[in-house]
Design a protein around this ligand. Sequence first.
Ligand SMILES: Cc1cc2nc3c(=O)[nH]c(=O)nc-3n(C[C@H](O)[C@H](O)[C@H](O)COP(=O)(O)OP(=O)(O)OC[C@H]3O[C@@H](n4cnc5c(N)ncnc54)[C@H](O)[C@@H]3O)c2cc1C
Length: 254
Amino acid sequence: MSSQVELSQQEGSPLLGYASRLLSRTDVAQDTVAFRFERPENFLFRAGQSIDLTLLGVRPDGSDCLTHTFSIASSPFVEEILIVTRIRDSAFKRVLSILPLGTHVNLSGPMGSFSLHRNTSKPAVFLAGGIGIAPFLSMLCSAAVDKAQPDIFLFYANRYLEDAAFMNALWDLERSNTNFRFVPTFTRIDGTSRGWLGEIGHIRPEMLSKHVSNLRGPIFYIAGPPAMVAGMRRMLVDAGVDEDDIRTEEFAGY
Ligand SMILES: Cc1cc2nc3c(=O)[nH]c(=O)nc-3n(C[C@H](O)[C@H](O)[C@H](O)COP(=O)(O)OP(=O)(O)OC[C@H]3O[C@@H](n4cnc5c(N)ncnc54)[C@H](O)[C@@H]3O)c2cc1C
């Protein structure tokens, strides 16, 4: 029995988790850092799913919050697991932000069913609030490889230009995928801020209709903090979108 447990811990399993190591950390926006972890050999997931990340052998004073859930931001086609987060003064993030490269961690999962539908006749409309971009980046990178995907529209809301992570990667994805339209919007800038000529203000029905010809055809995906997800869902339902065509990923705890 004990040898069986040892074997599965070594190989990893969705239940017991997989051993991994921190490979790099990169600033991707203001107070926003992407962490790249070694992808365990037998760790399979679908774009849009999430993991539980457990920091091992570190116990910040007075806290036992050593495990947090993160959407995987990288595609299933690459040999790494990327996560992204806003760095705040929380016990978990204080430890994560100074974790030495090479440190062993535990990843468990994958979890969730927030994945792109396969019916290519129905467009996908992604609504991302801030760090809610993570599962969509995974889906878009995956769509760039697996071409049998529906048309995708991404509406990406941030307060300021400097808060928006992965902007260059997203513009590059739009340039390389004719089925993908990228619409960033900024909620706290005025129309002249640093020459920004794109959308400003919260994602709203008129903004969606400007880019998506019919709001009753697509499947809508919303990801971000719970209040943002609730607000976007209400907006879509008020605009006549069928509840069955709305899928959400709430970053609970955010
Ligand atoms: C499916 C899923 C996917 C997720 N994906 C991501 C992701 O890709 N990236 C990401 O960053 N996060 C993601 N999250 C959220 C993540 O798990 C954390 O909850 C989040 O990052 C907050 O962690 P924290 O350490 O900053 O706060 P914690 O210290 O864990 O705080 C937990 C709770 O306490 C509240 N809190 C913290 N500090 C204060 C304070 N000073 N005053 C009042 N309340 C406070 C927080 O609002 C939160 O409700 C996801 C969550 C889920 C469920």
